[in-house]
Design a protein around this ligand. Structure first.
Ligand SMILES: *Cc1c(COP(=O)(O)O)cnc(C)c1O
Length: 372
């Protein structure tokens, strides 16, 4: 990752392997599922934690030509590795950034009257119709013009656009819950709005939206599905992308009644073996995954055996109950993600979603890319 420290294996507590081959296969699967539309790729938040500099080119290699990021800083990082891609910046436009958009051929997503005015004035001042997307809010109430503002924008005359409307887009609030009534309303509203902007490409679908023909329009915008996490209730995720492994730093035997970790929330009920690995919540391993209150603990795999966490996740360490794992010693590898343990599983134990687990993946892992 640019700007981030590259951590050598012998200095890291754990190794994160990102399978670029799996990302490419996931992209191709989504492109096939949405054939007829262009399949773009959402690579915000450092490509959902996988590293935008490696993942962006892998996706381009698999056929992606259009990319969406949240921040301008992410767009610049992507531009540095993909000189020819079309790059949209989702999260709002302020005047100070205009020159950066122009210098790096980046496209803002305009989601309010103020943003339309700022960008239009910039086009007038530079005597050029720069391309941008128009974001319409169809029911999420986060970013985007409301329907009346968008309709006004479509009228000819004094409101004629000073910029090139390259894309008309909106975003789903609940597409991952099949049958949610808001999704049908958003699909209808978006279709009505599109009719006002003939000739402008349309984009509505996130990963979950890709499953619905009526949501596809010209360009689909999957994010999470590319990275192998759950994207829609009742559907299997695509191929897992991340693998996290760490060597045991210490193995200790504890007696019945002995407690482990902060808060002494785990107590051995029998003579037990406890292993310690150098991964903690500061590395994005969610602290709630070791919570005693919920009485479910995340599992890791040691010697092929699923072993539960023992006690709380610390900032930099995790304790594991190795009692069922057979013979183990210091240095043996523990699999925290992979071998059937997915980000969604840990996230669920921690009461959150795979998106949060992925985008929390830490900066001090030794990161390795395969399948590029
Ligand atoms: C994050 C985001 C996406 C991708 O959503 P996924 O659920 O990860 O597929 C698409 N469009 C917009 C506007 C987004 O913010």
């Amino acid at each position: 990752m640019s700007g981030a420290l590259k951590v050598p294996a012998e200095e890291a507590g754990a190794r994160l392997t990102i399978d670029l081959g799996a990302i490419k296969r996931n992209y191709r699967a989504l492109a096939a599922m949405t054939a007829g539309a262009e399949c773009a790729a959402v690579v915000k938040a450092d490509a959902y934690g996988t590293g935008i500099e490696a993942t962006g080119p892998a996706l381009a290699d698999a056929g992606a030509r259009t990319f969406f990021v949240a921040h301008l800083s992410e767009a610049r990082r992507l531009r540095a590795v993909l000189p020819d891609a079309t790059i949209y910046v989702l999260n709002g436009l302020f005047g100070e950034a205009l020159a950066t958009y122009a210098d790096h051929a980046l496209r803002p997503v305009l989601g309010s009257r103020e943003e339309i005015e700022i960008f239009s004035a910039f086009c007038a001042a530079t005597a050029r119709r720069w391309p941008a997307a128009i974001h319409i809010d169809t029911g999420m109430n986060r970013l985007g013009l409301d329907l009346a503002e968008a309709a006004l924008l479509a009228e000819p005359g004094p409101h004629a656009l000073a910029f090139e409307p390259a894309l008309l887009m909106s975003h789903f609030a609940c597409a991952d819950e099949p049958g949610h009534p808001l999704t049908a309303r958003q699909i209808d509203r978006f279709a009505q709005m599109r009719a006002l902007f003939p000739g402008v490409a349309g984009s509505l679908a996130n990963s979950a939206g890709c499953t619905m023909a009526a949501a596809r329009h010209d360009i689909v915008r999957p994010g999470i599905a590319l990275y192998g996490a759950r994207f829609c209730a009742g559907r299997d995720p695509l191929e897992p992308v991340v693998r996290l492994e760490a060597p045991l730093v210490q193995v200790r035997d504890v007696r019945p009644g002995d407690a482990v970790g902060y808060g002494a929330t785990w107590t051995a009920a029998r003579p037990s073996r406890v292993g310690i690995v150098s991964v903690g919540y500061a590395d994005g391993y969610l602290r709630a995954a070791g919570s005693a209150e919920r009485n479910v603990r995340a599992k890791v795999r040691v010697n092929g055996v699923a072993c539960p966490l023992a006690g709380r996740v610390s900032m930099d360490l995790i304790a594991i109950d190795l009692t069922e794992a057979g013979p183990v010693r210091r240095g043996d590898l523990v699999t925290l993600l992979g071998d059937g343990i997915g980000v969604d599983e840990i996230a669920e134990v921690a009461g959150t979603i795979g998106y949060e687990m992925l985008t929390s993946l830490g900066r001090r892992y030794n990161r390795r890319y395969t399948g590029g």
